[in-house]
Design a protein around this ligand. Structure first.
Ligand SMILES: [Zn+2]
Length: 329
């Protein structure tokens, strides 16, 4: 991966290049923007740019061939610390910051970043899924964010500024990332072989809100069909919420038995309903105030349900309550 093949985010790239050239690069950054648009790739490229041994950081052109570049690409360079939410967890764990109970303060990101850099340059940490840092995790990280070791760079990757605790937000320089243009998304989807037909890729890109993750979903035909079925059921009055809840539950179960993928699928299906309400609302603005009011209640109920998904042990009850509520709006 190199800067030339990164799609979009030109403004952010120029901004970092200037900061490095003027030697005023800050230490702690919060990357904010929708998921699957290239924030993590950007962070890794930046790390590679700062550590490449054959080109100067200010050139902003890591060679891609030196040992450091190769290790960075493989994610094995000792000066690059990466943490992300583990697949079976709903949040980053405090152990990832300060070590497990047995190794408190002798392991984890906050410990590793204080070690002498192997490259004699700097340590760089990338914290993925920063939306899920809880209060405990944030507290363990504060001191490191406040007094980062000299030269170190810490990048937190998040999808929304609102999801960050004020204590974290105030200690980081916020860098906003925009969704990809539909042209860039088409190129990326073809490159990642999510689809082979160029025209179809262009069509899907228009609806995917600049996100590769959303593109992947829309490229899945069975899911698109289910979305259509949901829309039909949501439109029909009186809405049969028992049938609707069963259909949603069935689709959630179809992704397997693990709870995390099921939660993700449920959030997506709630999103489908929310999109439906949003469409109904925008088609009726200025025409039918009562209907607009009702759909607005539907949207609010969907937002609320999504907030609850991660906290639920068994989603069946949540699905039923949500379905019953949106049927009665
Ligand atoms: Zn290099």
């Amino acid at each position: 991966m190199d800067w030339q093949s990164l799609l979009g985010h030109d403004r952010q790239r120029i901004w970092f290049q200037n900061a490095i050239q003027n030697q005023r690069l800050a230490s702690t950054f919060l990357f904010v923007g929708p998921s699957a648009i290239g924030k993590r790739t950007f962070a890794k490229l930046l790390a590679q740019t700062l550590l490449c041994t054959t080109s100067e950081p200010s050139d902003f052109k890591p060679c891609g061939r030196c040992e450091t570049c190769v290790q960075m690409n493989a994610g094995t360079h000792p000066d690059l610390i990466q943490i992300a939410k583990q697949p079976d967890k709903t949040a980053l764990s405090i152990d990832q910051f300060i070590g497990s109970d047995e190794h408190r303060m002798r392991e984890g990101l906050c410990y590793e970043i204080r070690m002498k850099p192997y490259s004699n340059r700097r340590k760089i940490a990338i914290i993925d899924d920063a939306d899920t840092i809880g209060e405990e995790g944030a507290n363990s990280l504060l001191k490191t964010l406040e007094e980062p070791p000299p030269g170190s760079v810490i990048i937190l990757i998040s999808t929304s500024l609102q999801r960050q605790l004020p204590t974290i937000r105030s200690r980081c320089q916020v860098v906003r990332f925009q969704p990809l243009s539909s042209e860039n998304l088409t190129t990326l989807a073809l490159r990642h072989q999510l689809i082979s037909d160029h025209e179809q890729a262009e069509r899907i890109s228009k609806h995917a809100h600049g996100s590769l993750a959303e593109f992947a979903i829309y490229a899945d035909e069975s899911l698109r069909e289910f979305q259509q079925e949901m829309r039909t059921q949501l439109t029909y009055r009186p809405m049969d919420f028992v049938k609707f809840a069963k259909a949603v539950q069935g689709n959630v179960e179809s992704v397997g038995t693990e709870s995390q993928p099921r939660r993700e699928r449920l959030k997506l299906l709630i999103d489908f309903a929310q999109q439906h309400f949003r469409d109904v609302m925008s088609n009726n603005l200025g025409k039918d105030p009562m209907l607009v009011d009702r759909t607005l209640r539907g949207i609010k109920r969907c937002l609320e349900a999504k907030e609850h998904v991660d906290r639920m042990v068994a989603p069946a009850a949540l699905i039923e309550a949500w379905a019953a509520d949106i049927a009665s709006i």
